[in-house]
Design a protein around this ligand. Sequence first.
Ligand SMILES: Cc1cc2nc3c(=O)[nH]c(=O)nc-3n(C[C@H](O)[C@H](O)[C@H](O)COP(=O)(O)OP(=O)(O)OC[C@H]3O[C@@H](n4cnc5c(N)ncnc54)[C@H](O)[C@@H]3O)c2cc1C
Length: 500
Amino acid sequence: MPKKETGRYDVVIVGAGPAGIFAALELTGIGARAGRMKAPKILIVEKGRDIDSRNCPMKLHEISCAACSECGLLSGWGGAGAFSDGKLNLSAEIGGYLKDYIPGPELAGLIDYVDGIYIRFGAPRRYYGGDQARMDDIAREAAKSGLLFVRSKIRHIGTDRSKGLLRKMRRHLAGKGPLAGKVDVLFESEVERILTAPAGATKADRSKTGRLIGQPEVRVGRDKAVGVRLKDGREISARFVILAPGREGSKWLEQEVKRLKLSTVNNPVDIGVRVEVPAPVMEHLTEATYEPKFIFYSKAFDDKVRTFCVNPYGEVVKEYLKGIWTVNGHSYAKMRTPNTNFALLVSTIFTEPFHEPVSYGRHIARLANFLGQGVIVQRLGDLQCGRRSTAERIGRGVCSPTLKDATPGDLSFVIPYRYLSDIIEMLSALDRLAPGVNSGHTLLYGVEVKFYSMKPRLTPSLESEIENLFAVGDGAGVSRGLVQSSASGVIAAREILKRL
Ligand SMILES: Cc1cc2nc3c(=O)[nH]c(=O)nc-3n(C[C@H](O)[C@H](O)[C@H](O)COP(=O)(O)OP(=O)(O)OC[C@H]3O[C@@H](n4cnc5c(N)ncnc54)[C@H](O)[C@@H]3O)c2cc1C
């Protein structure tokens, strides 16, 4: 089939999640750099739909997941962040690995910068975690139970407010409003291939290198990016390509990285459960920090267990990840349930000869789906007594599940002993800090799995071994949250602006 040329751009961005959007905002001069150069010609290619056309049949018609070819919840303007809870974690320790690429003070400045842009587009000014005396108290109490308290400032946008914020960014990048930048966007268009050519650069350029902090050197310049090809065969030329496909596109990115013979870095997999308790049990912690983060090393296995994504007065939700159901949680700015939920996750890095952590995590989640026809819920008391939960036992509990279509069952048939033992130990440690967490009525939903995207080797400006090809956000394994994914887009954009 003859290839149609759709245009020439300075920069093509693959994916309209926070990483792609922030790259575009920076390239169009939202920051201090505005107005000092001719605006670059930018195209964002997004396989999902525009913000107001995104929908999910499951939510609209209250049916079970229709397994759409493009998931309206994860794809489209705003990416996976659009319907997310919108908790901005303003700590370099949380939500990504940018500290492996750029020095701490620089990263702190970048996080403040990104936070400022979120505020400008509608994030509330209020943040949690600023009361140092209370933070000290929590850290002290946590230490007595063998828990490490990770301090962080958090700004909560809320799932219901996120959409308006993303709509404003869309309008801004569509060239509407004062100081607005102009970016072309192709929706419902999937990038299939990254186009490269032998680098015709000078010898000096070819030997350009970058070093990840504590990692071997990344040698850039064997080939250079020249554009992308879409699934329908159209080709787009570009001087620079930024890949920001998120977790939704991580499988695709992995295939491209293999095809282009780029080197990669090993990744862990996080496996665990979502815990749900009556909100008052955690209130003294969630009021002080919104999302208390604790790390615990289990006695039996010396595994790292951590709390993740705490949702005060929130609800537990099911998440469809290309063929499997897992759990997640939300909380809303204007709607409250009587419960608080959070994940307890155990990280594992497999060693030789096994190198398929994503498949391992998917197998465990699939086992839960197989036994429970979806997500399984169990009372902690039932798990400890070695019996399954039933609808009747859960109905008698003091904590009523917010996820209504989870199947009462037995997680010990699904989750390996090592992980269950780690989780039970951590619940016991947490109970000293938040009495009631380790109650027999506490609900555990399984399985929650967090996959880390395969990480291509990148320079500190997030350029790959292919010249002018940048990889940012969750899909490239450099972030795991809104703030660091957004910041990674800014890093790549700033490097491109220097070269433009
Ligand atoms: C339910 C849920 C709740 C969350 N809550 C929070 C939270 O409260 N706080 C927080 O910090 N983080 C949260 N997150 C995580 C956060 O949403 C992500 O870290 C963030 O969206 C990652 O941004 P990204 O731009 O890297 O990728 P994404 O947001 O995933 O965007 C990638 C985009 O690229 C598109 N794409 C992929 N492949 C292609 C291709 N080949 N061609 C064209 N387009 C492509 C996808 O359709 C998608 O729109 C949550 C995530 C989920 C799912």
